[in-house]
Design a protein around this ligand. Structure first.
Ligand code: FE
Length: 170
């Protein structure tokens, strides 16, 4: 019931129609901060990110937006691989920690490293939630809830638009 209610509230508060994701290759080439190996913390202004990021990525990552459920690229993805931050390239999640969730957003029970993400209290939208941010670039990724599966019992409820997936090599 709680998941259904949260889903409805998320859907109601989404203020932008879903857009086709921009070409990820072009996006990375235009982004001088993108790196899958450099873990140094970035201190980049919103104004600069606005110039670099596609509008739909910027809206979620820097303005705490939420994509509509069941519209993102990865909510039901099952391919084995790694999910990186679409803003900065920070390694965030392995597909092995992804689970099938009825919420409509890609869901994971743990990040790839404990320090891959940061947590922040979020009291917006009349709800008390914990926001999940990329630890390298401070971008908004989604929220964490306590209704996930074992072994952690956590559900990292992420926005596909701020994730960048690379499949494992065969
Ligand atoms: Fe990031």
């Amino acid at each position: 019931m709680r998941i259904v209610l949260i889903t409805i509230l998320f859907a109601m508060t989404t203020n932008c129609s879903s857009q086709e994701q921009d070409d990820k290759g072009r996006q990375k080439a235009d982004n001088p901060y993108y790196s899958q190996t450099d873990t140094t913390h970035l201190d980049v202004s919103d104004a600069e990110w606005k110039k670099i990021l596609p509008e739909d990525v910027y809206r979620v990552a820097r303005k705490e937006g939420t994509e509509r459920p069941f519209t993102g690229e990865y909510w039901d993805a099952e391919t084995r691989g790694t999910y990186y931050c679409a803003v900065c390239g920070n390694k965030l999640f392995r597909s092995t920690a992804k689970f099938a969730s009825s919420c409509g957003w890609p869901s994971f029970y743990e990040p790839v490293r404990p320090n891959s993400v940061n947590y922040k209290p979020d009291h917006s939208m009349g709800m008390s939630r914990i926001e999940v941010e990329c630890a390298r670039c401070d971008s908004h990724l989604g929220h964490i809830f306590d209704d996930g599966p074992e072994p952690t019992g956590k559900r990292f409820c992420m926005n596909s638009i701020v994730l960048d997936f690379e499949p494992d090599e065969e």
